[in-house]
Design a protein around this ligand. Structure first.
Ligand SMILES: N[C@@H](CCC[C@H](N)C(=O)O)C(=O)O
Length: 281
């Protein structure tokens, strides 16, 4: 039976959303890679598979696959999309909980369509990032070209945030892959370059682990705000401006990070059976 999909995005960070709540689906790495391919498949920054919830209190479980076939513990932009989707299914229910392999994420859909997700606590211990060895997560001894001394944050996935004078000037395609695969990061890392424009505004560009440059990264925006606030560069609430648009991020006093932003659906479609059947392992 042909598998239907939705194409959604948050600020141009785009997703193929597959509903496996009633008909289970498990993709091999090769199947994920072909599906995410913008020429041979549908094309996306992440594949999102909806599964039945695993924990009490959750409305849906969301599995996150990168275009290289790897699995991630967090995707902020997709979490808003999924929350909006599930809210639309249950008439009048604008509060719900999305589950990922990293935990339960409460979300609220507002009257104007924006969605706020509690992305959970920012994890700041070196073991939680994770780093290869004990180190100061506020300023790590890692460098590539003009980038050095990142602040590292785990938002359900690992991030390294480099503060620079001009984020636009950084050659991300050159330095991003080197830093993503740096030996300091045993699970690799998402790489952000950020410039503080004002205490409430940060310009950020991202090189995503397993995906490369994307127009926006929700968990990256959360990590950037946390890093900036830890360094005393911003307040605990700020707008993070990315290529695809802006998210408002707040690091609450209890350590949880709230992310607010838009969601959009581009189209729905049906996967040709041959697409996944033809992929190798
Ligand atoms: N686009 C996402 C992050 C997706 C996962 C990331 N590439 C990883 O491997 O951790 C977001 O909006 O947070």
């Amino acid at each position: 039976m042909a598998r239907r999909f939705l194409k959604m995005h948050g600020l141009g960070n785009d997703f193929v959303v597959l509903d496996a709540r009633t008909t289970p689906l498990s993709l091999t790495g090769a199947q994920a890679r072909v599906l995410a391919d913008r020429r041979f498949g549908v094309g996306c920054d992440q594949i999102i598979i909806l599964e039945p919830p695993q924990s009490a209190g959750a409305d849906v479980f969301m599995r996150i696959l990168n275009p290289d076939g790897s699995e991630s513990g967090a995707c902020g932009n997709a979490t808003r999309c999924v929350a909006s989707l599930i809210a639309a299914e249950g008439a009048g229910r604008d509060r719900l909980t999305v589950e990922t392999i990293s935990g339960l994420l409460p979300a609220v859909r507002h009257a104007d369509g924006l969605v706020t997700v509690d992305m959970g606590p920012a994890r700041l211990d070196w073991r939680q990032i994770p780093l290869a060895e004990p180190a100061d997560t506020l300023s790590l001894d890692v460098a590539a070209g003009p980038l050095s001394g990142p602040c590292t944050v785990n938002m359900g996935n690992p991030h390294a945030v480099f503060f620079v004078d001009d984020a636009e000037a950084v050659d991300l395609p050159q330095w991003g892959p080197q830093l993503e695969h740096h030996t300091a990061f045993p699970e690799r890392a998402n790489i952000e370059v950020a410039t503080v424009v004002a205490p409430g505004r940060v310009r950020m560009r991202v090189w995503e682990r397993g995906a490369g440059i994307t127009l926006a990264c929700g968990s990256g925006a959360c990590a950037t705000l946390v890093a900036a606030a830890r360094r005393g560069l911003t307040d605990r609430k700020a707008d993070i401006v990315m290529d695809g648009g802006t998210l408002t991020i707040e690091w609450r006093e209890d350590g949880h990070v709230l992310m607010t932003g838009p969601v959009a659906t581009a189209f729905s479609g049906e996967l040709d059976d041959a697409l996944l059947a033809g992929a190798g392992r």
